[in-house]
Design a protein around this ligand. Structure first.
Ligand code: ADP
Ligand code: MG
Length: 336
């Protein structure tokens, strides 16, 4: 099993789902793909190509073949990121790939079957287990938001107006669309997004179910809808812990769990180019953002140093954090 390098902040992981029955019937004898989980490599070949045509090898931070288990992906790739969020870092996991390649399976899976539970339910469990095991002098506050981007509009899936009993027919109720804003303090954020405090796995699951109801009742065809909608579940973990100065310090970590719309639909609207270059661009953008954050951090740190030098006081910087991002790139087998 390939090990994800823990020092890197942006990781690209490939998962290949098993063929379904129809694909199996149409698949080329001998297949077209091989995955080496130890080396983190995907090898592709053309079954109709001339003899001796070289195979193409691609290397990623990790690869998961069709026999891989939800738990393996979680433990190796996701768990370290969630631990960082609990330590006050920001983290993002997003699934990217064509419709039907296993994004939702990877992110959600089958909630009622422990073996087939995906990233999101496992992350819920993980966050609350870690909190329950933490020392008594730490206090945590977990808040969740759930939103969907559908046809370029941002919809708040936890909008109390959508769930209020006075809304007689949610089908006719119009979504309030939200705006994306940016501020120097909090970076990019969605204005007026509902945020709900959750005290247990049960509560956070209920919130997700509530949000899912809003998604599905608004849609005439749920398959069509989910292949065009990006869903984002955001968890903010605030921890108040005593510092060496004897005072309480607040540390905040944010986890973004993203199930993207199918990439082929996006290609038509031009948001993602045909060659799938979004990932490369996004990685570049995130690295740029990381540089910027590191710069900010350094400035803050320098200011702290000056402060300690000037007043000779002991000051621990408890807000230091940077962005750690993981991308889960899910991929289906193209049957030849
Ligand atoms: P997407 O969200 O990318 O459109 P889905 O997650 O809905 O794709 O997956 C398409 C189908 O393949 C679903 O029926 C799903 O249960 C199945 N599937 C996806 N990944 C796996 C996997 N790793 N193991 C078994 N079945 C899978
Ligand atoms: Mg999906």
């Amino acid at each position: 099993m390939s090990k994800v390098k823990s020092s890197e902040t942006v990781k690209v992981v490939i998962r290949c789902r098993p063929l379904n029955r129809k694909e199996e019937a149409a698949a080329a004898v001998g297949g077209i793909v091989e995955m080496d989980m130890r080396l983190g490599q995907v090898v592709l070949w053309n079954p109709h190509g001339p003899p001796g045509e070289p195979r193409k090898t691609f290397t990623f931070d990790s690869v998961y073949d069709p026999s891989s288990k939800q738990r393996d992906l979680y433990d190796e790739t996701v768990r370290p990121l969630i631990d960082s969020v609990l330590d006050g870092f920001n983290g993002t996991i997003f699934a990217y790939g064509q419709t039907g390649t296993g994004k939702t399976y990877t992110m959600q899976g089958v909630w009622l079957e422990p073996e087939r539970r995906g990233v999101i339910p496992n992350a819920f469990e993980h966050v609350f287990t870690q909190i329950s095991r933490s020392s008594a002098d730490r206090q945590y506050l977990v808040r969740a938001s759930y939103l969907e981007i559908y046809r370029e509009e941002i919809r708040d899936l936890l909008d109390p107006n959508m769930h209020a009993p006075h809304v007689p027919n949610v089908h006719t109720h119009t979504y309030r669309t939200l705006e994306l804003r940016e501020s120097p303090e909090s970076g990019v954020y969605v204005r007026d997004l509902t945020s709900c405090v959750c005290k247990s796995v049960k509560e956070i699951q209920e919130l997700m179910n509530l949000g899912n109801q809003v998604r599905s009742v608004g849609a005439t065809d749920m398959n069509e809808h989910s292949s065009r909608s990006h869903t984002l579940f955001l968890i903010t973990v605030e921890c108040s812990l005593p510092g060496p100065d004897g005072r309480q310090h607040i540390r905040v970590g944010r986890l973004n769990l993203v199930d993207l719309a199918g990439s082929e639909r996006q290609a038509k609207t031009g948001a993602i180019r045909e060659d799938g270059s979004l990932l490369a661009e996004e990685k570049q953008r995130l690295l740029g953002e990381k540089e910027r954050m590191m710069g900010d951090l350094k400035k803050e740190w320098d200011a702290t140093e000056q402060l300690t030098a000037k007043y000779k006081v002991l000051y621990t910087h408890t807000h230091a954090r940077t962005h750690a991002h993981t991308h889960t790139h899910t991929h289906g087998v193209v049957s030849a």
